[in-house]
Structures are given as C-alpha cells and as structure tokens.
Design a protein around this ligand. Structure first.
Ligand code: G1P
Length: 290
C-alpha cells in the first residue's frame, strides 16, 4: 500500500519570470484551478492519503491554498453559493497535507531529501508540482506507476516519448522493454545532448520510490547545473537495485514552459462546457486571421 506522496514545489520558476518573482509557478492556473491542486487530485485519486510538500521562498500561496479560509466559507454560505463552498472546502480536506521548507535551492535531489523523516521506511510517490499528467485510461498516472511498482517490486519512473531534440530538458532512460510499456532500467542520464541520448524516453515528473532512495541521495554530490540531481541518485540506485520505467497511458502538460502553459489552458478550456462554444468561435476566427 502506498499512502504517502512528496510534492516538491520549491524551484524559482525562472522560465516564468517576472510572474514567478512573488508567485509560485505551481499556482499557475489551468483555467480556474492551480496546477498543484490538479497534482494533489491525481495523488488522491491514486490512493494517497498523506502528502508532504517541499516549498521555498515566495511559495506561501501554496500553503494558503490548501488551508481553510473560514471567512470565505462563511461568505459563500451566506450567499447560498453551495457548489463553490463545497469546492473550496474539498481543497483543504482531500488529504493530510504537510509542508517543509527547503532552506537553500540546491536542486530536485536536495528537495526530495527533506522528505526523509516524514516518509520513514515506506515506499512513496513523488509528483512534481509543476506538471499535469493527463491520463487516457481510467487510472491516474501515479496509479499506473503504483501497479508497476507492486508487480515488479522496484522503484518506477514515469516515461514519455519526446522528440529527440527535446531530450536535453529531461532525465532520460537507458534500458530495455520487458513488457509493453514497462522498461528495465540499466542507466539514466540527466538532460543529455540529443546526440548522446540513450533513448527518447524522458522522465515525466512522476516516480514511485522505495525508501532507500534517501540513502543514495545522501551520497550524491553536485551534478548538472551544480545541483544535487535526483537523477544521479537514481543512477546509483539502478546499479544495485532493480528499477523500472513505465511509459504511461496519457500525456504530459509541462506548466513551467510558457508555450505549453498556453496550449494546456486552451486544451482544458475546450473541455469546459461553458467555455468550449465561445472559445471555439474565437479560435476559428483567430485561425482565419493568421
Ligand atoms: C526535473 C528533473 C528531470 C525531469 C523533469 C520532468 O527537471 O530533473 O529529470 O525529466 O524534472 O519535468 P526540471 O524540469 O526541474 O529542470
């Protein structure tokens, strides 16, 4: 049973400055919902009941979003806005949510290591707070990974096929497919040059780890960009533990990237019953003028 998840949300969000100077990129909206709320919803729908968020400077809005806002609740109640009230109350009751502050921004690996005492000796899911994964199956992507974890009894990373020229944005897998969509890992590379990439299967921001990942993180020195890279700890782990990749059934929306952010909003707005019609009319008009 995997019941704990860790959501790192501490990075500066430099690709989104100046917006991210005082605003967490994880709070960027997907139509009307912050990205990180969708990440929490995926975790909860995958059976997670306990979540630790690793946050940093300028991230207080995340804490407030998952806390109760009694005045707002009273106001919505007074005005009879029951549906909105239920939505607002649900956010603070979906899971047990805890926060820890990363003292210095030393990379994803460092952020994850802050979760050690909270996670203890259990396997856990890791979901990056700036990435929405849309599942094409009935199961959320984290749940798809949990199934692979339970079947193979080893840590699992979510993989997405990306165009080769984009591999330098991601961690990349070196390994062999053992069953459809499941890969046995031999190695990983963080943000390789396309000419040196072992594959075009890129990490997509979801992982399930056995707790010994923390032992490997402790031994990991600074790597790419002078940061402590989770991928480097995973490389050491893959040398002595079975590890797996799961090419999930779905697609990634990387909110930390401006173009992807805009496209994702259009994609989800077209699924909204009240926005679909007028937005389609606007997009068609726009397309004619391009
Ligand atoms: C991080 C990881 C990388 C992974 C990516 C997924 O990179 O280091 O391995 O592929 O997230 O979004 P970042 O986007 O923080 O540079």
């Amino acid at each position: 049973m995997i019941r704990k998840a860790v959501i790192p949300a501490a990075g500066f969000g430099t690709r989104f400055l100046p917006l991210t100077k005082a605003q967490p990129k994880e709070m960027l909206p997907i139509v009307d919902t912050p990205t990180i709320q969708l990440v929490v919803e995926e975790a909860v729908a995958s059976g997670i009941t306990d979540i630790l968020m690793v946050i940093g400077k300028s991230k207080r809005a995340i804490e407030e979003h998952f806390d109760r806002n009694i005045e707002l609740e009273q106001e919505l109640q007074r005005k009879g806005k029951e549906k909105l009230l239920a939505q607002v109350q649900r956010i603070s009751s979906m899971a047990n949510i805890h926060f820890v502050w990363q003292k210095e921004l030393n990379g994803l690996g460092d952020a994850v290591s802050y979760a050690r005492s909270h996670v203890g000796n259990e396997p856990f899911a890791l979901l990056l707070g700036d990435t929405v994964l849309e599942s094409y199956s009935a199961e959320p992507v984290t749940k798809q990974l949990i199934h692979v974890f339970e079947k193979y009894n080893g840590s699992v990373v979510a993989l997405e096929e990306v165009p080769l020229e984009n591999v330098n944005r991601y961690g990349v897998l070196d390994g062999n497919e053992t069953e459809k969509g499941v890969y046995r890992v031999s190695d990983f590379v963080e943000k390789p040059d396309p000419s040196e990439a072992p594959s075009n299967l890129a990490f997509a921001g979801r992982y399930v780890f056995t707790p010994d990942i923390f032992d490997f993180l402790i031994q990991t020195g600074r790597g790419k960009n002078n940061e402590i890279q989770l991928t480097d700890a995973m490389r050491s782990m893959a040398k002595c533990r079975p590890m797996f990749g799961c090419r999930f059934d779905g697609t990634r929306h990387d909110i930390g990237n401006k173009l992807e952010f805009i496209k994702t909003n259009i994609h989800y707005a077209l699924k909204h019953s009240d926005l679909k019609g007028p937005l389609s009319v606007y997009l068609k008009e726009l397309a004619r003028s391009l």
